[in-house]
Design a protein around this ligand. Structure first.
Ligand code: SF4
Length: 170
């Protein structure tokens, strides 16, 4: 997939100039906003007074490539690891039947790299957890919980996917 100009990272931090594009719901699923909301200094200051804003929202800002520790030299290692971990634990990442509306898709680093698979995994990424290598299993555990909730399958690793169910509501 071609890389768009001005590629943005969809798992950035809350700072002035970043764009808020997702809200983490109580069940851990990310609700995408219809438009990006630009973070200003006041929003960032207030947001940091409570729980880390990266646990409550999703932010996008310019991909820093080599200045980011997730950069492998050619691409973003984080989305590759999230997809690989999902595949290791749950099997193939099944893209949603139709892509969710996402205000940053044209510029999204993860989408340009992994296409619809990225959007499937992205729906349960919480940046404050995804930024930590040690927390990756927690993210996957969260995804497993979602999978169980959506499919009613309690032992998903040993049960073949039912594509119509596994795609869930994005
Ligand atoms: S991976 Fe997909 S859903 Fe997530 S931010 Fe990128 S385009 Fe949007």
């Amino acid at each position: 997939m071609n890389e768009p100009p001005n590629t943005v990272c969809p798992s950035s931090t809350c700072r002035p100039g970043a764009k808020l594009f997702g809200i983490v719901l109580p069940d851990g699923h990310v609700a995408l906003t219809s438009e990006c909301i630009e973070v200003d200094r006041e929003f960032a200051q207030i947001a940091h007074e409570g729980r880390p804003p990266e646990q409550r929202f999703r932010f996008a800002s310019g991909c820093m490539e080599g200045a980011c520790r997730q950069w492998t030299g050619k691409q973003c290692g984080l989305i590759d690891r999230l997809v690989a971990e999902h595949e290791r634990q749950l099997g193939e990442v099944i893209p949603p039947v139709s892509l969710p509306e996402c205000p940053i898709r044209p510029e999204c680093r993860w989408y340009s790299q992994r296409g619809a698979q990225a959007c499937s995994v992205c729906s349960v990424v919480v940046t404050d957890m995804a930024l930590s290598d040690a927390a990756l299993p927690r993210e996957v555990a969260l995804r497993r919980a979602h999978y169980r909730e959506r499919t009613g399958i309690s032992s998903e690793k040993s049960t073949p996917h039912s594509p119509s169910k596994a795609r869930g509501s994005q």
